[in-house]
Design a protein around this ligand. Structure first.
Ligand code: PLP
Length: 463
């Protein structure tokens, strides 16, 4: 107890050179709060029998507290999970030109809703509507916060107190909070399911669409696949039936890519243009899935329907901000030159990285990986793996890749979780994936200068 009398005071500690420079960087308040918190912790420790730490040890602990406290909560990480568009890790990484566009829009006032031709009020949707029309073949377009908002706004505008007819096989849940039946109810629409989980026919719609119907809707079953004895109704047939009854036909595409991805060996994904050509009156899709842009919800389709949607007061509540619109415009512009898209659109660049390049990288990194795991009772190796596109692209479609692998010697799987945690605690956390008694770091998304940062970091991995 007596030892506590020798505990330095707050002022005494704040006069230490190390803490003075912390004050210069972060301000007096933050550092003195950290000093008080540290002194309280030391007092508790001493009361329960610990020795009084030296002043230097206390200031070091204060420095660590301040560093942790001031570190941004939204931290950059290495996504080596094998899922390229990882929703929990922020989905699409943006291209450099897009990052610059965001910075430009942030640094200076910008003509967000200002018509530079007339000097009058403008419409923020005009910034990207032309590009979206060009790239999808639609008559008009509008942008909201995300695709969930787009679907909600569409239903609320066009189907409030009306029935929306959807195939039972398409009542999807996407990442927990977005469920088609829930969003319908919240939007004030009445869901009418037709067909069965595995088979829905045109006659099912034919028997159901009637005077109470507000919309016929198709939802892209993005994150699962029904295989075997299945039947779905092609969009063109649904459009024809809906139009014959005077009802709009709308499609929630989920992940909307604007080009044919098969040209780069990727799985087929339907495009908004396909749906528009098939007769869809409105199509909604995300900005940050396969499109490779910022979080946004895009609505494209018939002019009068888009105009109605824009008049809904909820549009104002769900609208996209200037940084999003700057990023979206800069992303869409890249699609004007499809040939160079895999080099220029970062998400597509990662998805199309040549397998041989990833393999060579894995082999180059193997010695550093082996050295990092030397003390861990883990075997380090390079193995082929399969990346996923992620964000609601078909989970059955996999992209061949290579991973650094750690596998426990014997049956000590606890050590894998320790390694996973140690990787997560690095200055730039490394997020891998544990499955089948091994931890894998899929290298698909480790490129450029990041490779050197990664190598330097794993050299200091400690148990
Ligand atoms: C991802 C997805 C959504 C939700 O999109 P967000 O942009 O995440 O809000 C809605 N519908 C489908 C079919 C999806 O795949």
């Amino acid at each position: 107890m007596n030892q506590l009398k020798n505990l330095p005071s707050v002022d005494r500690l704040l006069s230490e050179a190390a803490l003075q420079s912390l004050v210069a960087e972060h301000g007096h308040r933050v550092v003195s709060d950290a000093v008080r918190a540290e002194l309280a912790a030391v007092r508790e420790a001493v009361k329960s029998g610990a020795a009084l730490p030296a002043t230097g040890a206390i200031t070091t602990a204060v420095e660590r507290r301040v560093e942790r406290h001031m570190r941004p909560r939204l931290r950059p990480v290495f996504n080596l999970t094998g899922t390229v568009l990882h929703t929990n890790l922020g989905r699409a990484v943006l291209s450099e030109s897009v990052v610059e566009a965001i910075a430009r829009a942030a640094r200076s006032p910008c003509a967000l809703e200002y018509d530079l031709e007339t000097g009058g009020r403008g419409d923020r949707d005009d910034l990207v509507e032309g590009l979206l029309r060009e790239l999808t073949g639609a008559e008009a377009a509008t942008v909201v916060n995300n695709n969930a908002a787009a679907v909600f706004l569409l239903l609320n505008t066009l189907a409030q107190k009306k029935e929306v007819v959807v195939s039972r096989g398409e009542l999807v849940e996407i990442g927990g909070a977005f469920r088609v039946p829930d969003i319908m109810r919240r939007a004030g629409a009445k869901l009418v399911e037709v067909g069965t989980t595995n088979r829905t026919h045109l006659r099912d719609f034919d028997e159901t669409v009637g005077p109470k119907t507000g919309l016929v809707m198709k939802v892209h079953t993005s994150n699962y696949a029904v295989q075997g004895f299945i039947a779905t109704v092609p969009e063109a047939e649904l459009a024809q039936l809906a139009h014959a009854r005077g009802v709009p036909f709308v499609v929630d595409l989920g992940s909307g890519t604007l080009v044919n991805l098969e040209q780069w060996g990727l799985p087929h994904e339907p495009t908004p243009r396909d749906s528009i050509e098939a007769g869809a009156d409105l199509v909604t899709f995300s900005g940050d899935k396969l499109l490779g842009g910022p979080q946004a919800g895009l609505l494209v389709g018939r002019r009068e329907l888009i105009a109605k949607i824009k008049k809904n007061p909820l549009k104002r509540a769900l609208r996209a901000g200037k940084l999003t619109l700057a990023a979206l415009e800069a992303t869409l512009v890249l699609y004007r030159d499809p040939e160079r898209l895999p080099q220029r659109l970062e998400a597509l660049r990662l998805l199309t990285r040549p397998n041989a390049e990833i393999r060579a990288q894995a082999e180059r990194l193997l010695p550093a990986w082996q050295a990092a795991l030397a003390g861990w009772a883990l075997d380090a190796s390079v193995q082929p793996t399969l990346s996923q596109i992620g964000s609601g692209s078909l989970p059955v479609d996999r992209l061949p890749s290579f991973a650094l692998v750690a596998r426990p010697r014997g049956k000590r799987s606890g050590v894998l979780h320790k390694l996973e945690e140690a990787l997560r605690r690095l200055p730039k956390p490394v997020i891998g994936h544990i499955a089948d008694d091994a931890l894998r770091l899929d290298l698909r998304c480790l490129t450029g200068v990041d490779e050197a940062v990664f190598t330097a970091q794993i050299a200091s991995l400690t148990q």
